[in-house]
Ligand binder design. Structure first.
Ligand SMILES: [Zn+2]
Length: 235
């Protein structure tokens, strides 16, 4: 195979490899994985904050319950004293009754506060469950997205390895000079190899002067487009 045909084949393969690299760099599966990662991160933060709030508010609830319990015990104790028959002094009885009334007033306040606190905890428990459920769903989506991204990347890698193996013999069969030329032009133009159609360079779409086009057509060595520098091959 002459160098012209070899260069054309090489370019075809490299163009496919370029497209794969491009696909790899702009992988929608990776975008999805990244946006889900962010979402999972945010949901985790929210979940943590609500769990902490629920924990704190549950402690407040517990404290109110303990206080109410303690008040109830005190009231019981005072009532036993009141009706126990051990106190006969009317003044003392009245003072115990007052104490009981005072404690009952406090207990009522605690009970109201406890009921409000139970509502707060109830709402937070619901929110906590909602966020935990959402987090579980997002995490499952993230796992799936990761699998899909990994699969897409593995496909690209396998395809690229196949193409690289195919390109090897073409590349290696070129002369050292041609290889260098091709590599050099490729750094500027991914599509390094082009043809003339009539006088028109298919690389840059510039019409070359007829004498120049004719000279290139007749040339025995590899020529470059004087406009864009791409290698001109003849089929
Ligand atoms: Zn050109």
């Amino acid at each position: 195979m002459d160098e012209h045909k070899t260069l054309m084949e090489l370019q075809k393969l490299d163009t496919k490899i370029d497209a794969l690299n491009q696909r790899e760099n702009n992988l929608p599966e990776r975008d999805r994985f990244q946006s889900l990662s962010e979402e999972v991160g945010k949901t985790e933060g929210l979940n943590k904050a609500i769990s902490k709030k629920l924990h704190d508010e549950s402690l407040k609830q517990k404290k109110l319950e303990d206080e109410l319990d303690s008040l109830t015990k005190k009231i019981d104790k005072e009532q036993k004293r009141l009706y126990g028959g051990t106190i006969n002094n009317p003044k003392e009885l009245s003072s115990v009754q007052q104490e009981i009334n005072h404690l009952k007033g406090l207990a009522d306040e605690k009970e109201t506060a406890l009921l409000e606190q139970l509502d707060v905890v109830d709402v937070l428990t619901g929110n906590d469950k909602t966020i935990s459920d959402r987090l579980a769903i997002r995490k499952a989506e993230l796992d799936k997205a990761k699998d899909e991204m990994d699969a897409a990347l593995a496909d690209i890698k396998a395809e690229r390895e196949k193409l690289q193996a195919e390109r090897g013999p073409f590349y290696n069969s070129l002369s050292e000079d041609t290889r260098q030329l091709y590599d050099r032009v490729r750094t500027k133009h991914p599509l390094a190899v082009t043809i003339l159609e009539g006088n028109l360079c298919q690389g840059c779409r510039v019409e070359l002067p007829s004498t120049e086009a004719e000279r290139i057509e007749q040339s025995q060595k590899l020529e470059k487009c004087p406009e864009c520098g791409r290698i001109i091959v003849k089929d």
